[in-house]
Design a protein around this ligand. Structure first.
Ligand SMILES: [Zn+2]
Length: 284
């Protein structure tokens, strides 16, 4: 059931509504890895600087009076230089999206992060009068423990992908908790740490049995990335990335789960189905 006004979908007892934290652009070649440009250019047309448009689609999940935000956006704490490099477009924000639904930041009980790259958690901390403060003052923030560790103390290989200030203000206030392996975080909400793209990138499952939604995070960043070999050049461990993508894309297609796509500017929600040896996405 899709509500026209709210663009909400009911899945497994949850009401799921897309939110937006704006748009940005990354290099098309990096987003497509070894996939030939002749194949990806028609799917995600690049600008003259070879970047492609990417969304920052967070999601509100509500069940039994509990409000959860999936993923943390990119935020506004960006220098002019970095705004230019990543071509960040502040056309919407997490708080503005929630306000349109009649919700204030205080109304959010939990935030769940798939991993801690800056484009996935930058919107959880704001700078107010020179101090870094949580955007959602009451929310418990759940993130893969290995991602918290990498974010707070990144090594040279990973340093460009993390900013410790995205998490430290949450940690200092006791608002951050880590998860590992496969864990039920809340009733009807599971996190599965997969790795591949980053050390601890996770998928989030809402609902029960086959009546589920899966938040793909950067495991499957857009609906165009649903063929298992379409691995981003950003992925740290391409072999592991292929294995987890193949397993979970097959699983989602077989069960008919609703897919939630963080970086897809056109289709935040779509179902994946097998079509012979390939997969097709049907937007919801
Ligand atoms: Zn990432």
């Amino acid at each position: 059931m899709v509500s026209e006004e709210r663009r909400s979908v009911e899945v497994g007892g949850w009401t799921i509504t897309p939110l937006s934290d704006g748009l940005f652009r990354l290099d098309g070649g990096a987003m497509w890895g070894v996939v030939p440009a002749t194949l990806w250019r028609p799917l995600t047309p690049p600008d003259e600087d070879n970047t492609i448009l990417l969304a920052l689609n967070c999601f509100l999940a509500e069940r039994d009076g509990v409000r959860v935000v999936l993923e943390g956006g990119i935020g506004t704490r960006w220098s002019e230089k970095h705004q230019r490099i990543y071509r960040i477009q502040f056309v919407d924000s997490l708080c503005a999206s929630l306000a349109r639904l009649g919700l204030a930041p205080e109304d959010i009980d939990h935030v769940v992060l798939s991993h801690c790259h800056w484009d996935h958690c930058g919107g959880l901390v704001d700078e107010v009068e020179g101090e870094l403060v949580p955007v959602f003052p009451r929310a418990q923030v759940h993130a893969p423990q290995v991602e918290i560790d990498r974010c707070l103390e990144p090594d040279p290989v990973r340093a460009a992908s993390y900013r410790a200030d995205d998490l430290r203000p949450l940690l200092d206030r006791g608002l951050l908790q880590g998860f590992e392996g496969s864990q039920t975080l809340l009733e009807g909400l599971e996190a599965h740490v997969l790795g591949g793209h980053s050390d601890g990138v996770s998928v989030l499952l809402l609902g029960e049995g086959d009546d589920r939604a899966i938040f793909w995070a950067d495991v499957v960043p857009t609906t165009h990335h649903i063929q298992p070999p379409y691995i981003m050049a950003y992925d740290l461990n391409a072999g592991l990335s292929y294995e987890v993508r193949r397993e979970w894309i097959e699983r989602a297609a077989a069960a008919g789960w609703l897919g939630l796509f963080y970086h897809d500017p056109e289709h935040p929600m779509a179902r994946i189905a097998a079509d012979g040896r390939r997969f097709v996405a049907t937007p919801v």
